[in-house]
Design a protein around this ligand. Sequence first.
Ligand SMILES: Nc1nc2c(ncn2[C@@H]2O[C@H](COP(=O)(O)OP(=O)(O)OP(=O)(O)O)[C@@H](O)[C@H]2O)c(=O)[nH]1
Ligand SMILES: [Zn+2]
Length: 359
Amino acid sequence: MSLASLGWDAQFAASYARFDRRGNRPGRIARVDRGVCTVLTETGTTRASLAGRMLGIIARDPLAMPSVGDWTAVRRWDDDRFTVEAVLPRRSAIVRSTAGKAAEGQAVAANADTVAVVESLDPDPDAGRIERLMALAHESGAEPILVLTKADAVADPDLLAADLATAVPEGTAVIPVSAVTGRGIARVRDYIAVGRTLALIGASGAGKSTLVNTLAGAEVMATRRLRADGRGRHTTSYRALIPIPGGGVVLDTPGLRAVGLFDRRPGDAASPADGLALAFGDLEELAAACRFGDCRHDTEPGCAVAEAVANGLVTTRRLDNWRKLQREQAFERQRVEVRGRDGRRRGRRPKRNLHPWER
Ligand SMILES: Nc1nc2c(ncn2[C@@H]2O[C@H](COP(=O)(O)OP(=O)(O)OP(=O)(O)O)[C@@H](O)[C@H]2O)c(=O)[nH]1
Ligand SMILES: [Zn+2]
């Protein structure tokens, strides 16, 4: 397998240089199971555990845990075991807030060039979920697009797509697709040229596995089907990084049900963007034109946001969801601060806080 087709380039090679010694080789992580990484290298696929050095780094910073899509230095030992010695700096990262445990997030896909928010047109698509995932996609640092699946299952997919386009920033590519008719598949393929990486995020059942299969032109992923009695899913083996024949790679992520918006830490290179502000750029821009700097866009005079809602330029739903996500982000920020404070004072983690959307 050529590393270049998987996305290896001069920049990653430069980061790898300091690990370039006998026994080491570069590789890209295709899957992670309880600390064991499946790594694609020039000479084949290997399974590698984490080197002691990595364990120390992860104990201090859980975000450093290798993720699908990471470029790594793997070392081959004399007894033919392999270890992951280092994770090269990420170009982008989809980070899910780890509800429950610590305040740190967890990377679920690294080094994507493009992140597709995948939402099904049938049953009814959820604009609020699209907005939440869009914020996460923007936060990753990659270019977000919106892919609307099951276009064959609705009467007027273009009308629905036009409506949902109001939930994403202007200029975002919105692509209705169908695995049945093949509609839109070529447009998605444009994002997976050789060496390019497309990550998919979406709810369970959004059609990600089916899309991957269609893109790969083969049954590479076991599609999870609802059982006949509708009581749950039967899931078979699954790979998270899928090389596309004649193209780059797709990163599939597990269905993100309760994704928190991870509030990036200042200066975190892997997450350089304020995803929420970017995903709601239109409202941010309006808010900047409000008469009062601390306008709550409620009943204040001279509120540009309220005016846009009154004029039908912005839906009440979008405004409400923006507020809700801002509250979540503020909560997340506070959680990170509390964690930092308690960690310093007592050297241990604070008690678990429930996220607003878990209550
Ligand atoms: N009609 C139609 N059905 C589709 C299409 N794509 C997916 N489906 C169906 O939608 C269901 C869910 O698709 P999956 O690909 O398993 O969804 P997923 O996003 O991978 O879900 P998880 O694996 O749970 O994360 C399956 O029953 C698919 O057959 C499509 O383009 N048209
Ligand atoms: Zn206002």
